[in-house]
Design a protein around this ligand. Structure first.
Ligand SMILES: Cc1cc2nc3c(=O)[nH]c(=O)nc-3n(C[C@H](O)[C@H](O)[C@H](O)COP(=O)(O)O)c2cc1C
Length: 214
């Protein structure tokens, strides 16, 4: 990915996109990919109950969340993968995994708000966070930069995760709005699906014991 694809450019251009969409009334929901359609999936039939909550705009993070859910279900959990926009109640679960795609250096609003709104309950159980973005696709050496997206959520909510997963996302132009596509073109972001499902599964497997699964 181009060296021009710096954090500052993402923040400036991404901020413009978010503002423009708000002004135009073209919220994320208006442009979304088919993957966004099904916002709740149940996997596995184990004793432990795990909730996986995601925030997405284009649908990319749904695939990441489902891969995490699949791996945890293989390790003996009953897993519900749910969009933050459904406002799932975390109280009945033994452990929670929460993650988001990124826009201009931030998690999506609904998932960030969900973490803050449920912080008291989340602090009582093991919670892991994950982020899917293009910086991880372009330059994995910028892990600290990507980690900072998650650190903001930790700071705001006071929820301390037992693990943090940082994953490459996608740039699939057809799944983004006109404005988002224009921003990604300006960023010279390479096109493709950079999600590494083996790496996502490996992180989930490594995190499973910290979530109380064997
Ligand atoms: C307007 C816009 C702003 C973005 N800002 C960032 C950013 O600041 N950092 C980053 O690494 N990726 C950024 N991305 C890339 C997305 O996080 C990436 O495409 C991700 O896979 C999207 O997943 P989602 O649609 O499920 O949120 C941005 C994408 C768009 C369209």
């Amino acid at each position: 990915m181009s060296e021009e694809m710096t954090r500052r450019r993402f923040l400036v251009l991404g901020g413009v996109a978010v503002g423009a969409m708000a002004l135009g009334g073209a919220g994320y929901a208006a442009t979304r990919a088919p993957e966004v359609g099904r916002s709740r999936t149940t996997m596995g039939a184990g004793m432990s109950k795990v909730l996986v909550v995601y925030g997405t705009g284009s649908g990319c993070t749904i695939g990441v969340a489902r891969q995490i859910g699949k791996t945890l279900a293989e390790r003996g959990a009953t897993v519900e993968v749910v969009s933050a926009t459904e406002a799932p109640a975390p109280a009945g679960y033994d452990a929670v995994v929460v993650g988001s795609g990124v826009r201009a250096g931030n998690w999506h609003g609904p998932v960030e708000s969900w973490v803050s709104a449920n912080a008291a309950t989340l602090k009582e159980k093991p919670v892991a966070f994950f982020t899917a973005c293009l910086t991880m696709a372009s330059d994995p050496s910028k892990r600290d930069e990507v980690r900072a997206y998650t650190d903001q959520v930790i700071k705001k909510s006071g929820v301390e995760p037992v693990g943090i997963g940082l994953f490459a996302g996608w740039n699939q132009p057809k799944k983004f709005s006109f404005i988002e596509r224009a921003i990604l073109r300006m960023m010279k972001a390479p096109e493709g699906d950079f999600r590494d499902f083996a790496a996502i599964g490996a992180w989930a497997a490594e995190t499973a014991p910290k979530l109380g699964l064997t």
